[in-house]
Design a protein. Structure first.
Length: 548
């Protein structure tokens, strides 16, 4: 039976809001016409972007990777969204089909490059002290690491190991990021630990995340009647104290083409806020210009979160995450090639065909450059003669090894010169530059969710003391879950919808491979080269001390 009067207002059009709308319809009985999604930009999808900006010049700010055990909620969402209108095939069907094809599976043969040569990624370079600290990360409770940085736990030597290089460039961690977050990642992806050098555990969507995820979900929601209010920026939320002594959203103030408007909510209406944004203030450069480092305070969901969290401890503290841009930013770049010169060189160098090589990281790059050649075509409308390449630098404020400028000050041409110089593609460089369009993108808040935090800095999905309001996305607290993932956003959507509507339906549990003896055996055999028996006993002792 449909609920014909209750309305839902979702602020932000990222995957968390799209998933929330989908679950409101499927499990909450909502009519699509009673769901309204506010988006300040003219396009939807939040951080899951991907588009042709001008005559086969493609951009994506980021790349999303998936694994089978971890992404249970995401697969649940994919399972009921059709691949296209009237299709009997779902997103999940296409996802499984694509990843079951051997020619699309990752098996990196050039995970680490140094001095222009591929080096063995299985040599982690960990000392006995490093291994013991990793054991501590696994075994000790989160409370032990509350407020600590990763470099509070590990020595400076650890951050020069191949293990850290692969771990940090796979997940985008920096030494000054949260030790709690790295603990959650270590546990959440523990089953994939033995394959960190080949990345054979990773699964991908057929195309970029916008074409493969956002568009099909949005098309399904639009078919159901969901209203997408683009170019409408929510300015504020007004809360009142209800009769049950809980706070509820009474009014939404937003700005559109006709100026500011106020929306009064009925007694049973719901509000979902994507608080914070990892791609706020993103700026793009070109082959001849560097992106602008936009450090202004963003007037988006960060501002809303800041305003409503004043005098409300249960709403968290956004300034923990967005106050130090130099510690949360890095730069990505999207490259479109008009011929196969670079692609062929990369294939010959890495021994991986496009779509099978995973991440290649240049160890001796001052910018800490990592690159991915995705399966082609990477965009639905991409011509056969065009290829697309994507990468990022985790240290954009350091000078390059060959281009003696900060990456953040470099244009696309200079970034390509630096990459080709590292890889030894000097002879072919003029032709590569002539045929490529490299679009750099600076993202001030891209790893803001990893900043060191203490308990309470992130709000619960449904904050204590509220009855019609929920936080969704990367900056709400979900025990044991990791941020910077599509899974976190979809899980927050399920928690929010089921919690606010009182739906008694099980949410897929979080996989915990640390309790699987077979998984732990593989981890110890792969990673730990010193006295394994002694380390296993230390792990057991630490786990037992936690129980006590």
């Amino acid at each position: 039976m449909k609920i014909n009067s209750q309305k839902a207002y979702l602020i932000g059009s990222g995957i968390a809001s799209l998933a929330s709308a989908a679950y409101l319809i499927r499990d909450g009985g909502f009519d699509g016409e009673n769901i309204h999604i506010f988006e300040e930009k003219e396009y939807i999808g939040g951080s899951l972007d991907g588009k042709d900006i001008s005559k086969n010049r493609y951009i994506t700010r980021g790349k999303r990777m998936f694994t089978e055990e971890v992404y249970n909620c995401t697969q649940n969402l994919f399972s009921f969204i059709p691949l296209y209108k009237n299709s009997k095939k779902t997103l999940l069907d296409d996802f499984i089909e694509f990843n079951n094809d051997k020619k699309t599976r990752w098996n990196a043969r050039a995970r680490i490059v140094e001095g222009g040569k591929i080096i063995n990624p299985s040599d982690f370079g960990l000392s006995a002290a490093d291994e013991l600290n990793i054991i501590k990360i696994y075994a000790l409770p989160e409370s032990y690491f509350d407020g600590l940085k990763i470099n509070d736990v590990f020595s400076p030597a650890f951050f020069k190991t191949n293990f850290w290089l692969m771990f940090s460039t796979t997940f985008a961690f920096q030494p000054w990021h949260s030790a709690v977050e790295v603990k959650r990642y270590a546990l959440r992806f523990i089953q994939e630990f033995p394959q960190i050098g080949t990345m054979a555990c990773v699964r991908n969507t057929r195309y970029n995340q916008y074409d493969s995820i956002v568009l099909p979900i949005a098309d399904w929601l639009k078919e159901k009647g969901v209203n997408f209010l683009t170019k409408n920026r929510v300015i504020s939320l007004k809360f009142i104290r209800a009769k049950n002594s809980k706070e509820r959203v009474e009014k939404i103030t937003y700005s559109g083409k006709d100026g500011n408007k106020e929306l009064l909510l009925s007694g049973n209406d719901l509000v979902f806020l994507t608080n914070g944004s990892i791609t706020a203030n993103s700026s793009f450069g070109s082959m001849k210009s560097a992106p602008i480092a936009n450090s202004n305070i963003p007037y988006d969901s960060w501002a809303i979160w800041k305003n409503i969290s004043k005098n409300r401890a249960s709403f968290g503290n956004p300034e923990v995450f967005n106050a130090e841009i130099d510690k949360s930013k890095w730069e990505s770049f999207s490259v479109t090639f008009k011929d196969k010169t670079f692609s062929d060189l990369m294939t010959n160098f890495s021994k991986n065909k496009p779509g099978t090589g995973g991440i290649t990281t240049i160890k001796d790059s001052n910018w800490i450059i990592s690159m991915i050649t995705p399966y082609q075509p990477h965009f639905k409308n991409q011509p056969e003669n065009i290829s697309v390449f994507w990468g990022y630098g985790l240290a954009p404020d350091k000078k390059g090894n060959y281009v003696h400028k900060k990456m953040s000050d470099c244009n696309g041409e200079e970034i390509m010169i630096e990459i080709c110089s590292h890889l030894g593609f000097i002879k072919e460089l003029p032709k590569i530059l002539e045929s490529s369009a490299c679009i750099p993108c600076m993202m001030p808040y891209i790893t803001s969710q990893f900043m060191p935090r203490k308990k309470g800095a992130r709000p619960q999905v449904i904050p204590e003391g509220t009855d019609n309001f929920a936080f969704i996305g990367q900056f709400c607290e979900i025990p044991d879950e990791v941020v910077f993932t599509v899974e976190n956003s979809v899980r927050s959507a399920m928690i929010a919808v089921y919690g606010l509507l009182g739906i008694k339906k099980e949410i897929p549990p979080i996989y915990k491979g640390q309790y699987d003896p077979k998984v732990m055996e593989k981890v110890f055999k792969t990673a730990f080269k010193f006295n394994q028996a002694a380390l296993i006993q230390k792990y057991k002792n630490l786990k037992n001390s936690r129980k006590n």
